[in-house]
Design a protein around this ligand. Structure first.
Ligand SMILES: C[S@@+](CC[C@H](N)C(=O)[O-])C[C@H]1O[C@@H](n2cnc3c(N)ncnc32)[C@H](O)[C@@H]1O
Length: 273
């Protein structure tokens, strides 16, 4: 169906068509997990959904991630498919997702492409040191830790203040992270405002910084300004929910970062030097 709807001739984008055809059955299964919630989102925002389909079709995300990590786009695509091809991870996440569905709050989509994008960045960049803020249930942490496990390299430092409103009752932050991935994880409980300045200085140089804590303009800007000076040249800054305010673009503009984009709501910026 999709190729028929495409406004550009397929001849002019064989790679894009190959990308669509590369969606193997396992990945298609992954895409259709949480389908009901996705369909509700599409109905609420058809313009955004159409853009997302178009980006999928043209491999726009994969091509950008290839540019900033130095990997091939086809390899990025393989990385994006990888969690769906890791049966013990997939079955664990699927069990956790059932527990999340029993709660009344709107939790992170455990199968969202934005999470797979962060996974692919970690696979492609092979970082030694990652700092993330905002763990909640641990969806992004679990994916980044799976990527480190596959890389056989690196430590993830996660800062979380411990707000229980994001969690099913009786659960601790990061409860989704399976035990077999916790060896590469250092959890820092507390406010990023207090912990981040010292931690970034101690761990420098960082390869990757991922913000997903408090999404106010001031707090996002604060975290970017704290982490960025300690990122190595070629390191990457990720900001989840970057469309909530202008903090990501304002910051990217002050750094004159030409390699910055927002993919599925996630701001991704490469530090040039
Ligand atoms: C959007 S959720 C994180 C979702 C998580 N990355 C995931 O993929 O499941 C935001 C989290 O940030 C935490 N948080 C909010 N303000 C914070 C702060 N100042 N320092 C550290 N964590 C904070 C909240 O407690 C919450 O767990």
């Amino acid at each position: 169906m999709l190729p028929l709807l495409s406004p550009i001739p397929l001849r002019s984008c064989p790679r894009a068509f190959a990308g669509f055809m590369d969606l193997n059955p396992e990945f298609m299964k992954w895409l259709f997990l949480n389908a009901k919630r996705r369909l509700q989102r599409i109905a609420a925002n058809p313009g955004y959904a159409a853009k997302a389909v178009w980006r999928e079709f043209t491999w726009a995300d994969e091509r950008f991630l290839a540019q900033i990590t130095g990997e091939r786009a086809s390899r990025i695509r393989q990385f994006i498919d990888e969690p769906a091809h890791t049966p013990e991870f997939l079955s664990h996440v699927s069990d956790c997702e059932k527990a999340l569905r029993t709660t009344s709050f709107e939790s992170a989509d455990v199968y969202a492409k934005k999470v797979l994008i962060q996974y692919a960045i970690v696979r492609a960049l092979t970082p030694d040191t990652i700092v993330e803020t905002g763990v909640a249930n641990g969806v992004s942490s679990a994916h980044m830790l799976l990527a480190l496990h596959k890389n056989r390299l690196g430590i993830l430092h996660s800062i979380e203040i411990g707000d229980s409103t994001y969690l099913p009752s009786g659960r601790e932050p990061g409860w989704i992270v399976p035990d077999w991935l916790r060896g590469r994880w250092k959890f820092h409980k507390g406010d990023a405002r207090k912990i981040l300045p010292q931690l970034t200085r101690e761990l420098a140089p960082l390869d990757l910084f991922a913000h997903d804590s408090l999404h106010t303009y001031e707090h996002m800007k604060f975290e970017f300004e704290q982490a960025f000076p300690f990122l190595r040249a070629g390191g990457i800054l990720i900001a989840d929910d970057a469309l909530w305010n202008d903090a990501f673009w304002d910051f990217a503009n002050t750094k004159l970062a030409p390699k910055a984009q927002i993919l599925h709501g996630v701001g991704v910026l490469r530090k040039e030097r």
